[in-house]
Every structure is written in structure tokens, then in C-alpha cells.
Design a protein around this ligand. Sequence first.
Ligand SMILES: [Zn+2]
Length: 476
Amino acid sequence: MKKLVLIILIILIPISYLLYKKFRQCRNNYNLLIITLDTTRFDYLGYSNHKWIQTPYIDSLARRGIVFTNAFSVSNQTAPAHYSLFSGVTPVVHGIRTNINKPYEEFKLPTLAEILKKSGNYQTIAYFQGPFTLKDPYKILNGFLFKNQPPSYLKQMPEFKRFSVQDTLLTTSAIEAMGRNKNHNWFLWLHYWIPHAPYFADETEKSKYAEYYPSRDWWDYIRFMGIKQEEYLDKEYLIVRPPYLTIDGSDKGEIGFSDENKRNLQNLYAMQIPSMDSQLGRLFDYLKKNKLFEKTIIVIVADHGEELMDRTSRYGHGRNLYDTSLHIPLIIIDPRFKGKSRKIDNLVRIIDIFPTVLDLLKIEDPIKEAREGISLVPLINGTGAGPLSLKAIFKKENLAYRDAQWKYIWNSEGSKKHELYDIRKDPFEKKDLSMDNKELVDKLNKILIEWNKKGYSQVITDKEHLKKLKSLGYIN
Ligand SMILES: [Zn+2]
């Protein structure tokens, strides 16, 4: 009998080992690094041919991977966009339509970090040092085993100083985390803030781009408007308020910037980008030295863009749904893409990143049918077209539809309710064609109404979904 058990064991052990090895190979064991760049416009990068901005490190990654030249966010604010990135659904489904909303109470779809954590194969680590918009109430950090705590002295710093200091710390922490987790697979999410307003160029950028450095800096702009500096520093959050807002946050209306001053402000914004790029350079040097490029799938993406007085004297985001706020950089690098890097011009969305990385990692999404995003792997492999259109939302009343030709914006409570642009001929959305194309406007309006009605409950009405999530331990 003992002999029989021994023989069975001798046979079973190597078979189990081979099966385990096969299973590991099947999951392919890549690390996942997702880098979100706050407030970064697609057209303000070296690889997207900005006139003078240089971003050698981001460009070097672009040369290693797939560059999506028509990637769009589904929101113009930080919290909704990040939640869509990590859940694969739009704000109408998760419920966070602005930075101050919470997700729907019943929203239970597992996040990317939850799925990777549950796979048993990943250390899930989040490093972000941003303001209140990305903290726990949003459940955005569900599934991350390790979340950093920003040092308390950062909170005492006004944000124009804080962003650069915190992003330097963030890079250092990320490098340390990769060092600590050499023997594990990891999923690391890093969120960089430098390009966010207020725009302050550091000394390196000031001297490197002296030719473009405006004669007025941010405080000069505020004084220029006849406003006292102290009035514009929110005491609680130490946030600088834009000069067109009163102290209680209401809008003063048009404030009139000259073309030269608009250009100056755009240049100040532009100078933040190389500063962030040099932080990414530190990170990429580490990946290179430690041969991590061979083992890591990397996604570089922005949460939303930035309006830079393109239309009015307004800058910032969270205001409208023009492409300046939605068109974002997106690069996906996979060691298997070596020698196959290229640009893809098809329209893609921030919600497609979630299913794409799971597809690349060969990890099953337990509730795939509830996601709105689709995997971009067929598009990358040349066997699929990817998504054909995108829908974005801000607050309850501001919605947008976009495909390769048309952009329709519906502001149900605004004085101008419908706007329609032929993006192919008019990429800067200047000539509103809504009055001449009423049939198309009606059709697109219906699409947006239907989508907006959808909500979470309509995605997860099926009791089978809930049963499945319960059986997998995602909900109690
Ligand atoms: Zn943001």
C-alpha cells in the first residue's frame, strides 16, 4: 500500500509542477505599470509634434509601444475619469459624474486592482499624492494592498509648490516599491500631478525654454487682474483660485486676456510637461537598469486634457466637453510588441484600457458583460476595428457623443443646447453645424438620452451577475 502511495506521489509531483508551470506561463506573469498624467493634453507632447516642448522620456516609451493618436476620456474631471479607467465603465454607470459625487451605493463591479489582487498573482500598489478627489470615498483604491500616505508637511504647502515636490517623492517611492517587490509580480499605479493648474515652471524649465517663458508668472497674472494674492489662496486646501472666480467660487464672467497673455499662459502650462517628463525619466531609467521593460506591461494615459483659453478667457478643466478637455495621450507597451511599435489613429476610449490590460495579462474578468469598454488587443493585432464612437458626460446635463467624423455636444440646461461639429474638417470645433443637420442632431441626441438612462441598475439587473460576484467573493 505504502509503495503504491509512493509511486502515485512520484508521478503526481512532477505532473503538478508541470501543470503549475504551464498555468504560470498561461498567465504570462507580466507586471503592470499604469501611469496617469493629470491634465495632460495630447498635443502638448514631443511625440505629438508640439512646436517646442521636448519630452524625450515619454517619446522613448512611445517608440517601444503602441501610440493611440485618437484616445479620449469619458469625463473632464479627475475622479470620474480615474474611476472609469479602473472599472471599464462610464460615469453614467459608476455614478461619479464630477469630483464631488460618490459612486452609486449599489455599484459593486470589481475594479482592476481587485481582480489582479484576487488572481493571487499580484502585489497591488497605488502611489498618488493628489488632493481629496482620489481618496477613499470613491472606492477608487479598492483592491490596492498598499496605498501611500502623503507626508503631512505636503498638506501645509500651497499646491503650486506641492505638485512638483510630491511628484518627485512619488517617483522615489515607486522605485523603492519596485525594489521591494522584486520577487513578486506587481501592479503599480502612479498618478502625476505637475501639469495641473496653477502653472509654475521650475528653474530648469525656465532656463531651458527661456525664449518662451512669459514675462508674467502666475502671481503676476493674478495681480494683473487687480486681485490680492491672499484672496486667491483657499485656506483649507491651499489651492489657488483662477482669477475669474470670486472667493465663493462663482464665475465673474469674461475677464479679457490679450492674445499675448493667452499665449503666455499656454506657455506656462506647456513648461510643466517636461518637468513631469524628467520624473518619468528617473522611473524609466530604473526599469531599464533592472531589465523590467522585458517583464512589464506599461500604460501611460492622461485622465483628461485642459482648456487653455482656446475659446474664452477660461483655463482649466471640468467646464465643457470640447476635445481640448477630452483628447488624451495613450501609450501601451508590452514586451511582446518589440519591433512592432506603431501609431494607431482609430478612436479609442479610457474605458477600453481595463479590458485591454486584462486581455494582455490573460486574466479573466469575472463580469465582462457588464463593462462598457472593449479590449483593444484585436485592434492592435490588426484583427478588429476597436470602438467606433465615444460618449462623455459632465454633471447631469452636459453630454457629448463623438465618432471619427462627428462631435455632438448636448447641454440640456445651457442657453445653447445643441452643438455639432464635423471633426474631420473642423478639428478645433469652431463651426457649429447643428442648425443645418437637425436629423443627425436628433439621432445623436436620442443615443445620448438612452445612454444616460442606463445607469448602474440597468447594467447589473441580472441576479446571475450578483450571484456570480458573491460566489467569487467580490460582494457579501
Ligand atoms: Zn485630473
